[in-house]
Design a protein. Structure first.
Length: 137
């Protein structure tokens, strides 16, 4: 991952320590840093929490690693962040469906069910963020 090593080093953490926190071997974590192995979304979320950065930052979509400090804006930020992350997952699934058509029709159906679920969740997160934004104004 693009910013994983940089974030780890800025917190003066070792690969071994982060691997322990994640419950994976050091070699597995090293592969995450090198980009030779992809971690699950849950692991990515854990990494972001451990390193106190956003998932978008770890993936190289943001240049600023800082999370918002204003407690009043935190709920809005969280919902917008959730919506962005869900959208990224939907795009990932769409890309997989185009580039890796499955020999197994059930997998395509499962991807479509997951995509629909994520889309509904993304819309809900966006609506909550809009309501929170209106309430803060």
């Amino acid at each position: 991952m693009l910013k994983l090593k940089e974030s780890r080093e800025s917190h003066t953490l070792t690969q071994e320590k982060i691997a322990d926190l994640l419950g994976v071997s050091r070699s597995t974590y090293t592969r995450y840093e090198q980009g030779t192995r992809q971690c699950s979304y849950l692991t990515l979320a854990k990494l972001a929490d451990i390193l106190n950065v956003s998932i978008d930052y770890l993936l190289g979509h943001e240049s600023d690693s800082s999370l918002p400090q204003n407690k009043d804006s935190a709920p809005l930020y969280n919902e917008l962040q959730i919506a962005k992350e869900l959208e990224s997952m939907i795009n990932y699934i769409d890309n997989k469906n185009r580039t890796e058509p499955s020999k197994y029709p059930a997998l395509i159906k499962d991807r479509e069910i997951l995509r629909t679920s994520l889309l509904i969740s993304m819309r809900l997160a966006t609506q909550i963020a809009e309501k929170a934004s209106t309430a803060q104004s």
